[in-house]
Design a protein around this ligand. Structure first.
Ligand code: ZN
Length: 326
């Protein structure tokens, strides 16, 4: 019995140390901001999608920066530099997406945890939902690209608010009010997107992109989604996959495929060339935000703006095709 208890305790310790890669819970230091909140809390995020979320929920109580803060940065493959590690270490709180989106950050995040720096995972609440809304591969791996389903992103906002309130209890009311307003904003964004996409008929709702970042989008807005690469950009696609997509696009006469801000256009160019050689004039329908939002100060700098940008590009390219096909 004693041995069994010891192994349970060992397991619990091991589990708590593993939270970084599993994204199970926040590091609850119980700390409060030094002077009751008059000085903004320095929050360092991994991606600019997270930076937007922290701004929305943290408001004036936080000063936010992101390590990967540009439209061309791919979070699956980005390795933090020593300068990035210093920036993370200097933060009051670090916020990341989780579900292995930041594939090369596990070591850096774990060392923050060891130093006692609070680390917040915004998808923690989604991971513990039952029944869950995460999309999982056959092997059980969760797809990290949850932000393009506004319902899921609202839940991440609520989870972030609760975890920020753990760190800064004086701000709890503000965080909770901001999360409620954010959920409302997400509901309105979803309604606007559904309305804009109404012009795309069911048989044209096929979204082909460079990497598989749009499964949640497709579930929320009823698209069939196909990608050249999987949910991470780390592995190169096979020729077979490229040929499968060329066949699908040519046979269904899909007019457009989409490039992404954070992924090379190389594979999309291969689809266009392949379709042209089969006599199907495929074109690029637009450039979508996938793992990043736009620059600060632009409408696309927020998740809502980036999502509506994507929806506009998709509706314009695929609905126009529908008119031509009639
Ligand atoms: Zn991705």
């Amino acid at each position: 019995m004693k041995t069994k208890m010891t192994s349970v305790v060992t397991l619990l310790i091991a589990t708590s140390l593993l939270f970084v890669s599993g994204c199970g819970s926040s590091s609850d230091s119980g700390a409060t901001s030094e002077d009751g909140g008059s000085k903004p809390i320095a929050v360092v995020c991994t991606t600019n999608v997270i930076k937007d979320l922290v701004r929305q929920i943290g408001g004036e109580r936080v000063a936010v920066t992101a390590i990967m803060d540009g439209p061309g940065i791919d979070p699956h493959t980005y390795t933090p530099s020593p300068r990035d590690t210093n920036a993370l270490t200097a933060a009051d709180v670090v916020v990341y997406s989780g579900l292995h989106l930041e594939g090369q950050f596990d070591g850096a995040l774990e060392s923050l945890n060891n130093r006692g720096i609070p680390v917040i995972c915004v998808t923690a609440a989604l991971s513990s939902e039952s029944p869950g809304r995460l999309i999982r591969s056959e092997g059980g791996l969760a797809d990290p690209h949850v932000w393009f389903d506004p319902d899921l992103w609202a839940t991440c906002g609520e989870s972030l608010a609760a975890q920020l309130a753990d760190f800064d209890p004086a701000g709890k009311q503000e965080y909770m009010a901001a999360a409620a307003a954010f959920a409302q904003q997400m509901a309105e964004t979803k309604a606007a997107a559904i309305e804009r996409l109404r012009s795309v008929p069911d048989d044209r709702r096929i979204l082909v992109t460079a990497h598989d970042a749009f499964e949640y989008f497709s579930r929320a807005f009823q698209f069939q989604v196909e990608a050249v690469q999987g949910i991470s950009t780390e592995s190169e696609p096979g020729l077979r996959r490229v040929n499968e997509l060329i066949t699908l696009l040519s046979e269904k006469k899909i007019a457009a495929v989409f490039t992404e801000q954070s992924v090379s256009d190389k594979n999309i160019s291969a689809l266009i060339e392949g379709c042209h050689s089969r006599g199907h004039q495929l074109k690029i329908g637009g450039r979508l935000f996938s793992d990043t939002v736009g620059a600060d100060g632009t409408p696309e700098g927020s998740l809502a703006g980036a999502l509506l940008h994507n929806v506009n590009e998709i509706a314009t390219a695929l609905a126009a095709d529908a008119e031509l096909a009639q």
